[in-house]
Design a protein around this ligand. Structure first.
Ligand SMILES: [Zn+2]
Length: 310
């Protein structure tokens, strides 16, 4: 099965208009099969994960990550996506099986599932120092408009975000992808309306992708007569970074009391990763080891505190 998704960056010749386009079809299909998503939730989570992957790719810092959380108060519950600085992405949501009738336009009702009484939260961890946290109120819950609003309001960067997921009647993903176009400082004022008109005239993005159009075709639609060059071509995939060590750390953070209770239960603890469904089993022996580590840590902290008081 194809799992790699092409992601490309192009810049207008004047340096003012940067665009990243991702064909996320394979990643969204994997997302659907991992979480057994309904058709509506395939579109909701697929759009969100596509945007998050592009936002990851926009990070300059290697080893950084972006977390996109959308909480609109609708039946879908919370949507959480995480991407690394290469654009590799993972995602999950509270209610993967939510299905709604088509909206007034005859489309999958993503806004109805997500809701619009809430916010978009973005956490950028650059791998050093305090993470950057930004948010904005949701506009429609349709995701693309909400991401555009986020960049405009929270990062004060004029942005166009377009996202699309085409889902067949059988639930399979026929085409998925998106782009984020941003105005860089010093962008030529004459070009903005040309590009805006090109985007307004474009056919549906998910249909173009389902029809086999690639990054070069999409760049041509958007830039039109405006000269541009392709800066980078890379690949991303649906990728979870979980490991037994990471979950051991999470268990450790529960503290000694909780770990003691788990160990005394006498049964192994089973943890399922919410992003990839991988199962991790901790034997009672391992739980005992973690309990002892937590005790040691508590003792050490206590000693340090006492030392501070003297
Ligand atoms: Zn995982």
């Amino acid at each position: 099965m194809q799992t790699k998704c092409p992601i490309s960056t192009a810049l207008s010749k004047d340096g003012g208009f940067r665009m990243i386009f991702l064909n996320s079809t394979a990643a969204v299909e994997e997302l659907r099969s991992i979480h057994k998503l309904s058709r509506t939730m395939t579109a909701a989570l697929g759009r969100s994960a596509t945007a998050c992957a592009i936002m990851g790719k926009m990070l300059k810092e290697e080893g950084g990550s972006v977390t996109l959380r959308i909480d609109g108060g609708g039946p879908a519950g919370k949507i959480v996506c995480v991407a690394d600085s290469g654009g590799n992405v993972r995602a999950c949501c509270d209610n993967p099986s939510v299905e709604l009738p088509a909206n007034a336009l005859g489309k999958l009702d993503v806004g109805g599932a997500v809701g619009k009484e809430g916010s978009v939260y973005v956490v950028k961890d650059l791998g050093f120092g305090e993470p950057y946290v930004g948010f904005c109120k949701l506009v429609s819950g349709e995701i693309a408009e909400d991401i555009t609003e986020y960049f405009t309001v929270s990062e004060q960067t004029p942005t166009v975000c377009s996202l699309g997921v085409r889902v067949g009647q059988d639930g399979e993903v026929r085409g998925a992808g998106g782009f984020i176009l941003q105005l860089m400082p010093g962008a030529n004022d004459f070009i903005t309306p040309i590009i805006q008109a090109n985007i307004d005239d474009m056919p549906s993005l998910s249909q173009l992708i389902a029809d086999g159009k690639d990054a070069d075709d999409i760049f041509k639609y958007v830039y039109g007569e405006v000269e541009y060059s392709v800066l980078e071509r890379a690949e991303i995939e649906y990728k979870c970074s979980c490991s037994k060590e990471k979950y051991a750390k999470a268990l450790l953070s529960l503290g000694s009391q909780e770990l003691k209770e788990m160990r005394d239960d006498g049964a192994p603890a089973e943890i399922v990763c919410q992003f990839c469904n991988k199962k991790y089993i901790f034997s009672t022996q391992e739980l005992d080891g973690l309990y002892n580590q937590a005790l040691e840590k508590a003792k050490r902290l206590n000693a340090e505190e006492n030392a501070d008081e003297e």
